[in-house]
Ligand binder design. Structure first.
Ligand SMILES: Cc1cc2nc3c(=O)[nH]c(=O)nc-3n(C[C@H](O)[C@H](O)[C@H](O)COP(=O)(O)OP(=O)(O)OC[C@H]3O[C@@H](n4cnc5c(N)ncnc54)[C@H](O)[C@@H]3O)c2cc1C
Length: 472
């Protein structure tokens, strides 16, 4: 096998990537950018995997496209943003520096950066939160300080965030109106089911790492347009949609390297001889509820909804809003009509203008297999990129990315698998990016200038080095 690989490396190495979600796409784009010949196979007719959109009327390709569910990112999703830059769509992400928290009845609190430096940048707005009384605010402050105190605890992966919060005597209201809304949407899991380690990461690396890391990015176009409206993925990447791969055989002659970027429930059957311990993985659902009214119901671009079933709402146009429920187990058994009724009733509570608006159209998307559930004790079962086959690598948000199941985790896994391919091919490439140092006064331009070079290449052979180039 090794001899065959070396022989072929005199020519451009060929990589077969299976799975056209963000993990597979990012691996393909990274490898394509340094000259590998990449074939990307995706079973569906479109790219993007779980972060995608489709025509409302499948018989009419020109009909309106809607996302399976609103996907958002945080400024600290450094690798996802790098991927968007590589494919030329970074300008299609709009960042917001404030979150609106709406209570039934319509009262709004705003979480935003103040003049204090990180990690206190959100403290001022929190103190003004009318949804929390003084004892709740004190409980939040105590909890946030305790995150730092406990950050090095070694048992955080073994306990739930809910149990940690109870041990810190979080008040019920601070749990329901502060901790839970942030965590359930960031982790797609209830704090009572999610490992505390990931919840700590959401706050310490996400919300509080620096004064911009909490900013929320929302794509301004349907998700699928991100992958089709950008520059070509890379000159040497060929995409094959509607191409389902039943088995990956790393000993075959189809390619020099293989990357399996499938969701965990598919990986085992495509790679039967790998000893993947997947029996403890389970899914957590997300439900997206799309509602078209005859008139605007809110001016807010997006809002966190408190104390009810709906958790977020996004205004997609003047008259189209999308509501999101993460970890939506309570909805998966409900008929779509009941879900729409419930959503409309709650929206009338939050946005009085909806009381006089007429619902023109609606659509519910239940993603029952949205992500794996980041339960305690699962980390040991998340495999790394490498496998027992030296030319076969794993990627996907469920692999050991150091992140919970997110778009950032998926891209990290893709970049890491791409680095492994490069290393095995005999040279060194670094695609993974750390978040550059930022501060409130740093402009986007200087932040980017401070970022490290996209990749560096050290080829021992010289010959291969000539075939490596940056496409940008
Ligand atoms: C409703 C919903 C909302 C979400 N919201 C957010 C959010 O706001 N922010 C965030 O960061 N993350 C969010 N996520 C999570 C995020 O979408 C995923 O973590 C990420 O997209 C996973 O990417 P992936 O490449 O690992 O897997 P996938 O996207 O699942 O990609 C795997 C691909 O493999 C393909 N495939 C399967 N079998 C085969 C086969 N045999 N041959 C070829 N191809 C095959 C699939 O069709 C799929 O395209 C959300 C997920 C869902 C479902």
């Amino acid at each position: 096998m090794q001899a065959a690989l070396l022989r072929r490396s005199a020519a451009i190495p060929r990589v077969k990537v299976v799975g056209g979600g963000l993990a597979g796409l990012s691996a393909a784009v990274a490898l394509g950018s340094v000259g590998f010949q990449v074939d990307l196979h995706e079973s569906r007719p479109f790219l993007g995997g779980r972060a995608t959109s489709f025509p409302l009327d499948p018989s009419d390709p020109d009909s309106e496209r809607i996302d399976n569910c609103q996907h958002v990112l945080l400024r600290c999703f450094t690798n996802l943003l790098d991927f968007y830059e590589r494919i030329g769509v970074a300008d299609k992400i709009t960042f917001y520096d404030r979150f609106h928290y709406v209570r039934p009845g319509g009262a709004v609190d705003v979480l935003k950066r103040g003049w204090l430096p990180a990690p206190l940048h959100l403290a001022g707005s929190l103190l003004h939160f009318r949804a929390l009384d003084l004892s709740d605010k004190w409980s939040v402050i105590r909890g946030l300080l305790a995150l730092w105190r406990d950050a090095d605890r070694t048992d955080l992966e073994a306990i739930t965030m809910g149990s940690w919060l109870r041990s810190e005597r979080a008040t019920d209201t601070s749990y329901q109106r502060f901790w839970r809304p942030i965590l359930v949407s960031a982790l797609n899991e209830e704090p009572d089911r999610a490992a505390a380690s990931w919840a700590f990461q959401v706050f310490l690396d996400g919300m509080m790492a620096d004064s911009t890391s909490y900013e929320m990015g929302v794509p301004s176009v349907p998700l699928s347009e991100l992958y089709s409206s950008g520059k070509r993925l890379a000159p040497s990447v060929r995409t094959h949609t509607r191409s389902t791969i039943e088995r990956i055989d790393p000993g075959s002659n189809e390619a020099d390297f293989y990357i399996c970027a499938l969701p965990f429930e598919r990986a085992a059957s495509v790679l039967p001889d790998l000893d993947l311990r997947l029996d403890r993985f389970e899914h957590s659902p997300i439900t997206g509820i799309h509602l078209w009214y005859d008139r605007p119901i809110t001016e807010l671009p997006h809002a966190v909804l408190l104390d009810r079933t709906l958790q977020w709402i996004f205004r997609k146009s003047d008259t189209y809003v999308q509501a999101v429920v993460s970890a939506s187990r309570s909805l998966t058994g409900l008929a779509r009509g009941r879900i729409i009724e419930l959503a409309c009733k709650e929206i009338r509570e939050f946005f009085p203008a909806a009381k006089t608006a007429k619902l023109m159209r609606s659509h519910v998307i239940k993603e029952v297999r949205a992500t794996y559930s980041s339960r305690p004790g699962l980390q040991a079962d998340r495999p790394g990129s490498e496998t027992k086959h030296r030319n076969l690598f794993l990627a996907g948000d469920w692999t050991n990315t150091g992140w919970p199941p997110t778009m950032e985790g998926a891209v990290r896994s893709g970049y890491r698998a791409a680095e492994c391919v490069c290393r095995t091919a005999g040279f060194d490439a670094a695609f993974l990016r750390k978040r550059p140092d930022t501060s409130i006064n740093t402009t986007t331009a200087t932040r980017e200038a401070a970022a490290p070079r996209r990749f560096r290449v050290k080829s021992p052979s010289g010959r291969l080095e000539q075939q490596l180039y940056d496409t940008r």
